[in-house]
Design a protein around this ligand. Sequence first.
Ligand code: GAR
Length: 192
Amino acid sequence: MRPEGPVKVGILISGRGSNMQSLVAASQGPASAYQIALVASDKPDAAGLAWAAERGLATFALSPKGIGKPAYEAAIDQALREAGVEVIALAGYMRLLSGEFVRRWQGRILNIHPSLLPLYKGLDTHARAIEAGDAKAGCSVHIVTEQLDDGEVLGQAEVPILPDDDATALAARVLVEEHRLYPQVLTEFVRR
Ligand code: GAR
């Protein structure tokens, strides 16, 4: 039996953290099903980390450089557990988690990916969708497995690809949908 009250979520980021900000904003209502227990990053200078710290959220930063992936992931894992984290939300976390880490958190790591999975796993999703002549693009929230951008898709949002779109314009349109989709799917996930 888990304790009563909101589910404790740990967010992993590598950059500006706009998706993290939308998850934090949605968690601050009195009826939120989740609360943010920790924001952690592999980039100590990530802009999103400073944003979180300024707002009084618990943060943890560690670069894997110099210590290696196993020690790095062990430290992240420990920080998450010490914060009481029950579910991990990857939000622009640009590092591949090891199979060992994923197995330790089996079924409890979510990711947001800027494509309509199973299309365009990996990087440069918007450029690839435009290049392919697709009529639409979007974003997906999925459960993280040991395979890159794989795992059950929990929710998606679509946007049209417009004739004059370049990757930057399309990314901005998709990002608006990411900010709406992720809190909604995370809320449904922690309630299920
Ligand atoms: C978002 O578009 C997210 O979907 C993408 O990186 C951006 C991070 O922005 N994630 C990936 O590509 C993961 N493979 P943010 O830091 O402002 O949330």
